[in-house]
Ligand binder design. Structure first.
Ligand SMILES: Nc1ncnc2c1ncn2[C@@H]1O[C@H](COP(=O)(O)OP(=O)(O)O)[C@@H](O)[C@H]1O
Ligand SMILES: [Mg+2]
Length: 355
């Protein structure tokens, strides 16, 4: 059965998209079948995977937009009351990595925000809207079945709108990528306020007969928090700089003192033993990822994770190449360890606790 993992933080620029790509690729290289879903109307993930620089790239993107092979057109049967059922998306194989696929985004996906908002508020009383709240998860499940996927990684937009509310509450797990600064602490604080409200809504929605009996039933709530990924902190001589260390600590305190207790109270945590068995601390920091520096631009240019760029792609020799290869080894280990933790945390025996 597929596991849906949402990468969520309503703060932008915290490496949601970059992590989705690097982590998804790593999970696939460990033999898992993974679908990356671009739900952000900015379509950064789609651009990153398919490229959007040349005319050929653009023609390919235009083609995808005009077919049923993207998030918006896939959902149109429910959102636009079309007389056809939702069908699995024809995901695009990601070049260079067997077992990794992209469910492309669509700039127009944001147009569904208002409709979904209305459906989510009123669907208990309005027949015509009953098929909308369960439609996104239906599309994902059908697509996962078609591709025999083990994981769906959902790259989300930086918003607290109804689409994100739906995406998160119908996922099995979520990760919170975060940077380490003042605004990141504020974002964790506000998640601690928003998530209980969303959870309460989802519990109600999943118990409404009208939504259960819909063409696309609203699922039971099974969401569990996997942890945070602290991103892009600066390193000097192998150590974080003092300012970053302070903010990392503050982010971790906000997670362990505010977010985790509230998530536990709302049944969105795995049993504590499952985290400790993986060596995960109280702030649920799964990993800290330092600045990719020059590797990030090359990674985007070659649509390849930072750790899998070849020496030819690095276009370097001698000591510079050696230094970057050493960094690549570190990033490979970071993402490999992260993928192992995620595989362990999401294994069936752990999440099969009652909702
Ligand atoms: N570890 C990192 N080191 C350096 N740059 C990074 C790192 N992670 C992300 N970035 C860069 O930071 C910017 C924001 O990352 P992105 O993944 O788009 O964030 P989000 O999806 O949360 O908005 C991008 O330009 C990306 O290339
Ligand atoms: Mg993004």
């Amino acid at each position: 059965m597929v596991q849906k993992i949402a990468l969520f933080n309503h703060k932008g620029g915290v490496s949601k998209t970059t992590t989705t790509f690097n982590l998804g690729w790593m999970l696939a290289s460990k033999g898992k079948r993974v679908i990356l879903v671009d739900t952000d109307p900015q379509c950064n993930l789609t651009g990153m995977v398919l490229g959007d620089e040349t005319e050929d790239d653009e023609a390919r993107l235009e083609n995808i937009y005009n077919t049923t092979s993207n998030i918006k057109t896939g959902l149109a049967p429910a959102f636009e009351s079309q007389p056809r059922a939702i069908e699995a998306i024809d995901c695009i194989p990601v070049q260079g990595r067997d077992g990794l696929f992209l469910l492309p985004g669509n700039v127009g996906f944001a147009e569904y925000e208002v409709t979904l908002g209305i459906a989510q508020e009123l669907s208990g009383s309005i027949q015509a809207l009953k098929n909308i709240p369960g439609s996104i998860t239906d599309l994902f499940e059908k697509t996962a079945t078609k591709f025999n996927a083990d994981y769906i990684l959902i790259d989300m937009s930086p918003s607290l709108g109804s689409i994100n509310q739906n995406l998160l509450m119908t996922s099995d797990f979520f990760l919170v990528p975060t940077t380490a600064d003042f605004f990141s602490v504020m974002a964790i604080d506000s998640l601690a306020k928003v998530l209980p409200r969303w959870y309460a809504w989802a519990k109600t929605a999943s118990s409404l007969p009208i939504l259960k009996d819909a063409a696309y039933p609203f699922p039971n709530v099974t969401l569990r928090f996997l942890g945070i990924i602290v991103q892009n902190y600066r390193i000097i001589r192998g150590k974080e700089t003092a300012a970053f260390q302070t903010w990392i600590q503050k982010v971790e305190e906000a997670v362990s003192n505010k977010l985790v207790p509230i998530l536990r109270h709302n049944n969105m945590m795995l049993p504590a033993i499952v985290y400790t068995e993986q060596g995960i601390n109280g702030s649920l920091t799964l990993t800290k990822i330092s600045n990719f520096n020059s590797l990030i631009a090359l990674s985007q240019e070659h649509r390849t994770p930072v750790y899998d760029l070849t020496p030819e792609q690095l276009r370097q020799t001698g000591i510079v190449l050696e230094r970057n290869q050493k960094k690549q080894d570190e990033f490979r280990k970071t993402f490999s360890d992260l993928a192992d933790k995620i595989i362990a945390l999401t294994s069936t025996s752990n999440y099969a606790v009652s909702a």
